[in-house]
Design a protein around this ligand. Structure first.
Ligand code: ZN
Length: 237
């Protein structure tokens, strides 16, 4: 049996699928419970045609994958107690909650120290930690935006403003008036991942859609964007 693996782009998503060329007349697409996409195709089917068909069914495929994904084990919810690991800029840190009349959050070695007057109140610890993440995100995202924007100066547009929000489904977006909105959870990802999301949104300054021209620009600026996207998604579930 002849088997090949291919990918297509659909919006911000990449759909990977396995094609099995078989003695058959029609093309069939199925999504398995492990979210794998399998295409059964006639032996003489052209890969371009297969890609087209997968693209046409992309919405349905993503819906199926999303349905199956709810049965997958998730990272356990955070409890905000000492010993627990938390991500910051792509690295795992261990939380250490200490009593101190002056509340603060500090990063030292492989620890995040949360000092709080109420070390047994996990809500306070969570609030302190989230405020700290947000503060760090403000500084880091602006620094990365300055860095990434260098590649776009030649288009003569102004550096977009930045907003940080809680987004449940996406990493970022670009508004019609040219403001980049980034998911605050992105501060848990590495700088490489943050740069990928920012560069993707900056490409939208030139191409608002996900056309071939958009991807040509993205590849020319960041040839390894697919790898960065995958690492980002594997890291932050
Ligand atoms: Zn996009």
């Amino acid at each position: 049996m002849n088997v090949t693996t291919r990918t297509i782009n659909y919006g911000d998503e990449i759909i990977a699928f396995e094609v099995n060329f078989l003695e058959r007349k029609t093309l069939d697409i199925s999504v398995h419970p492990n979210q794998q996409v399998i295409v059964k195709a006639p032996i003489d089917a052209l890969v371009e045609e297969i890609d087209q068909r997968v693209k046409k069914h992309a919405r349905w495929i993503l819906k199926q994958q999303q349905y199956f994904s709810q049965f997958e084990p998730r990272t356990p919810p955070r409890k905000y107690i000492s010993g627990e690991t938390h991500l910051y800029l792509g690295r795992q840190y261990r939380l250490k909650v200490e009593i101190n009349s002056q509340p603060s959050v500090k990063l030292r070695g492989c620890y995040i120290y949360v000092q709080t007057p109420q070390p047994h109140c996990t809500e306070t610890t969570q609030q302190l930690l989230e405020n700290w993440y947000l503060e760090r995100a403000q500084a880091k995202f602006n620094e990365r935006l300055d860095f990434c924007f260098v590649n776009f100066k030649r288009f003569g547009q102004e550096r977009p403003n930045l907003q940080i929000r809680h987004l449940s489904k996406r990493w970022g977006s670009l508004t019609a008036n040219g403001t980049i909105i980034l998911n605050r959870d992105l501060i848990r990802a590495s700088s490489r991942g943050i740069d990928y999301v920012i560069t993707h949104e900056l490409c939208h300054l030139k191409h608002p859609d996900h056309s071939c021209a958009f991807y040509d620009l993205l590849i020319s600026i960041m040839p390894d964007w697919e790898k960065r996207k995958l690492t980002l998604e594997q890291m932050l579930v």
